[in-house]
Design a binder for this molecule. Structure first.
Ligand SMILES: Cc1ncc(C[n+]2csc(CCOP(=O)(O)OP(=O)(O)O)c2C)c(N)n1
Ligand SMILES: [Mg+2]
Length: 328
């Protein structure tokens, strides 16, 4: 693991990064609880990828860059500017939900205000859209960079090849990310693809691909910092493979103990990125245990308050059914 100091970020920024990791974890735990008690319909979570997502998102300019996420990217969306309450409004399907006014499934993040582009449940369809957003930036002569993410199973969809090929041909300012958590629902990677590293595929499209350890905050941050700079300098796309864990079942609708052994699940829990980051913060003298406990307490209170506020908001009116779906 690279030292946090090597990221070049200030102490304040690193502590903020930790807050975002904790926010992502505690909010996701709340979303599971709400599903289990029947208050929401579904949850799919990024537990195990929070450190990677925070380090990734921090490398972008959230005032101008575009983000086309996939369903596990809640923590990245928080860093990009969405609030805890915004996320909860989406899960409750409320009218004020910024992602879709309650039209989308939970975890289908979008925010016009923050340049986060809503996506379909058909996996990886955000990839060619991201290529299109980056093509528009190039044609308009702006230096905006586009980020898009998917899972390693979804990366085998045909449109991912089209998206990367065209981005390579036009040297577009787009960064493709594969969050490799070793499973596509219950299918392990050796039944998904035959190449060794997902990131190697980039060479076939004429650009650089790199694989990074998603538990290593500094490594992930520096990889994205460089990719963003290169994209802004018109050097073209990158593919970044983030090695992460999926600490939960695929979604609220399955049970991973049926297809993963007890030992495997235990081993993965020992590699929980939240614990890794806390150890680093302690060892490198950024925060004491008492300070981390205080942050955790504050975040829990924020999640509780946002849950109550979001739940109290009105549902979409039935007569508005056909509104907010297509642009006028
Ligand atoms: C085109 C398409 N096929 C199948 C599905 C059903 N589906 C949803 S998520 C998923 C697994 C995706 O796995 P991966 O890409 O590894 O992402 P992860 O969920 O592990 O982050 C599948 C098969 C879908 N939504 N769209
Ligand atoms: Mg996967």
């Amino acid at each position: 693991m690279k030292a946090l100091k090597k990221s070049g970020l200030t102490k304040k920024e690193i502590v903020q990064a930790y807050r975002e990791v904790v926010r992502g974890r505690r909010l996701d735990e709340r979303l599971w609880q709400l599903t289990r008690i029947g208050k929401t319909s579904f949850n799919i979570s990024g537990q195990g990828a929070e450190v990677a997502q925070v380090a990734m998102a921090m490398a972008f300019d959230h005032e101008k860059d575009y983000f086309l996420p996939y369903y596990r990217d809640m923590t990245a969306c928080l860093v990009w500017g969405m609030s805890t309450k915004d996320i909860l409004l989406g899960s409750f399907g409320k009218d004020a939900d910024p992602s879709s006014h309650g039209r989308q499934m939970p975890n289908h993040y979008g925010s016009k205000e923050h340049n986060i582009v809503s996506f379909a449940s058909t996996v990886s369809t955000q990839m060619p859209l991201a290529t299109g957003v980056a093509y528009a930036a190039q044609l308009e002569g702006s230096d905006d960079v586009t980020l898009t993410t998917t899972g390693e199973g979804s990366a085998n969809q045909g449109e991912v090849q089209e998206a990367m090929n065209f981005a390579g041909v036009k040297k577009l300012p787009v960064i493709f990310v594969v969050e490799n958590n070793a499973y596509a629902i219950s299918t392990p990677i050796d039944e998904q693809y035959a190449n060794e590293k997902m990131s190697d595929r980039a060479h076939g499209y004429g650009f650089e691909g790199i694989r990074v350890d998603g538990n290593d905050f500094t490594e992930v941050y520096l990889a994205f910092k460089k990719a963003v700079k290169d994209a802004r300098d018109k050097k073209g796309p990158k593919l970044i493979e983030l090695m992460v864990s999926r600490l939960t079942s695929h979604s609220a609708d399955d049970d991973q103990t049926i297809y993963r052994s007890k030992e495997e699940i235990e081993d993965m829990k020992n590699r929980d990125p939240l614990n890794f980051m806390e150890k680093q913060l302690l060892d490198e003298g950024y925060l004491t245990q008492a300070e981390m406990d205080k942050i955790d307490e504050e975040i829990r209170a924020e999640v509780d308050a946002a849950t109550d506020e979001a739940e109290a908001m009105p549902d979409p009116a039935p007569e508005s059914l056909l509104e907010e779906v297509y642009a006028k």
